[in-house]
Design a protein around this ligand. Structure first.
Ligand SMILES: [Zn+2]
Length: 215
């Protein structure tokens, strides 16, 4: 009998500790995180498809420059991106991510290869990617198939521009759909790259060169 009571006592302590811990977690996520804090998108949503090109050698640098495929962004960018994704999900689509926050040292490597501000921001000024406010994205349908956007990600040519009109009607419709939902959710588009979106309030945040933790 004494033993049973002891067990119940410890079970009660365990449950109490667990509930306090759970409350703390909620409190930290929802009330304490500042809009400009860098966070990992996957801690806030599992509704995104990841195709982080710089965590592989399948990119124009021809090198794997990220140790792991994480999408780090400032918290305000994460909130806006989740809101946009919820809108796409109403139509059976999801956001596919190619790149998120990018350390300044990677920006410098990119600039060495493509020193053209139409496609790569000069590291002296810094890209919004370096500020945690930009994403490179496309859309996938309910079967996980990427919608046709006319060019691959990081295609450095006029065909990637929002102003390029000689594209099949469905491609133009897909780009227009992506752009309209992103613009409604606090992002700006970038004329020469259909995949790039900047958080409107992300322009003045400082550039960063921190790397993220890999498991
Ligand atoms: Zn970009």
């Amino acid at each position: 009998m004494t033993s049973a009571i002891t067990k119940l006592f410890f079970a009660g302590i365990f449950l109490l500790a667990f509930s306090v811990n759970a409350q703390n977690e909620t409190y930290t996520r929802d009330s304490v995180v500042a809009d400009t804090t860098f966070v990992n998108l996957k801690d806030y949503s599992t509704d995104f498809v990841y195709d982080m090109k710089y965590a592989t050698a399948d990119n124009f640098l021809k090198a794997k420059v990220y140790d792991c495929a994480e999408c780090m962004l400032r918290y305000k960018t994460v909130k806006a991106l989740i809101a946009a994704n919820k809108e796409f999900m109403k139509n059976g689509c999801k956001i596919k991510l190619f790149d998120c926050y990018r350390p300044l040292s990677i920006q410098e490597k990119m600039w060495e290869i493509v020193p053209n501000p139409e496609y790569v921001a000069d590291p002296k000024k810094g890209s919004i990617h370096n500020r945690g406010g930009a994403v490179d994205i496309s859309l996938v349908n309910a079967d996980g198939v990427e919608l046709e956007m006319g060019t691959t990600f990081d295609f450095f040519g006029i065909q990637a521009s929002h102003n390029f009109k000689k594209l099949p009607v469905p491609v133009r419709a897909n780009r227009k759909y992506l752009k309209s939902v992103m613009l409604q959710n606090c992002f700006n588009s970038f004329d020469s790259e259909w995949w790039h979106y900047n958080l409107k309030t992300g322009l003045k945040d400082p550039v960063s060169n921190q790397k993220w933790e890999c498991d």
